[in-house]
Design a protein around this ligand. Structure first.
Ligand SMILES: [Fe+2]
Length: 331
């Protein structure tokens, strides 16, 4: 089996990962976490919903928190398309593929299309949002980790090859992957915006949202976010890091928000941009894949993830055995 090739004439033009919609129990606690620890900007709030954007983001929102009672799920992961015409093309494409696609009215967004993709992931596409002032030079307002912009999602899927083929069909570029060879691929990193990834798939029971990630400017911001977390009572929710990734090379720290949703704050990604860059393969047995230095992640980092609202989870037939902190300390 070979890896799929880049599709330079995709059926419509996805430009980037755009916005993630999460359910939460307590808007006050979530606001404290995302505003003070991650350092996002509140664009709008209603009685039951909070809209955040990153410090450098001009578009209305990249994180939407909706209050619910009971279990909290992820309702949608959003992608931007370039034009209104791309939305119509997306509707035609997914309908032809037999995927559920429907037009929906969403506050603070232009025409919006909800889709259940071939892996069951609830996607949301739009081409326009209201524009707000960027806060990048409002230095006196910067807080915590100074989350600049939403960068990517990582999603667990039981059929990795299907997800890879589906997103390559949509014009995503494969930048890096984890596998013993091109047949046995365990993780794929796919991008549309030019840096290492907009969406990452790992093999696992799913679909489930493993994490979403905001970029920040400086390494110091990662430590500052941890310090603010500790001060405000979120210290135990610093789940992994700071540390360095193998694939993508990011310097990162992972947090669990008050509802257990996982967010990564990171910097130091690179630009891809040129077609002659072949995808980089990482050997899953190479310790540098999981942790070039420091300690590996706890078992729960590999296994726990946010469910998607009303999307059944399918079991994977392949059980990876990553080096966990628990195993590492036993050896
Ligand atoms: Fe990530």
């Amino acid at each position: 089996m070979t890896l799929p090739q880049i599709n330079l004439n995709p059926p419509f033009n996805v430009t980037r990962a755009s916005h993630v919609c999460l359910e939460v129990k307590d808007l006050k606690a979530s606001r404290l976490f995302y505003e003070q620890v991650i350092g996002l900007v509140v664009t709008a709030e209603t009685e039951d919903t909070l809209y955040f954007r990153g410090v450098e983001e001009a578009c209305h929102h990249s994180l939407v928190l909706h209050r619910v009672t009971g279990e909290t799920r992820c309702t949608r992961v959003g992608m931007r398309v370039l034009t209104e015409e791309d939305l119509d093309k997306a509707y035609a494409y997914f309908t032809k593929q037999g995927c559920e696609a429907k037009w929906v009215d969403v506050p603070f967004q232009g025409r919006t299309l909800d889709i259940a993709d071939s892996s069951g992931i609830p996607l949301q596409l739009c081409a326009r949002m209201p524009v707000e002032p960027r806060q990048i030079t409002a230095f006196h307002t910067h807080r915590g980790g100074m989350g600049l912009r939403l960068d990517h999602y990582q999603i667990l899927v039981p059929d990795l090859r299907k997800a890879l083929n589906g997103y390559m069909d949509l014009g995503f570029w494969l930048t890096e992957y984890v596998g013993t060879d091109d047949e046995n691929v365990r993780a794929v990193f796919l991008q549309r915006k030019g840096n290492p990834h907009d969406i990452v798939f790992f093999n696992g029971d799913g679909p489930k949202l493993h994490h979403f990630a905001f970029m920040t400017t400086e390494t110091q911001n990662l430590l500052r976010a941890c310090d603010v977390a500790g001060e405000l009572g979120f210290g135990r929710q610093v789940e992994r890091g700071p540390g360095r990734h193998g694939p993508g090379h990011a310097l990162f720290v992972y947090f669990r928000d008050p509802d257990g949703h996982r967010i990564e704050l990171f910097n130091t990604h690179y630009q891809v941009l040129d077609l002659e860059n072949e995808p980089v393969r990482w050997d899953p047995h190479d310790p540098a894949v999981a942790f070039p230095w420091g300690m590996p992640a706890r078992k729960r980092w590999f296994e726990e993830a946010t469910l998607f609202r009303d999307v059944p989870v399918r079991e994977t037939s392949i059980r990876p055995t990553p080096m966990t902190l628990e195993r590492y300390l036993q050896d």
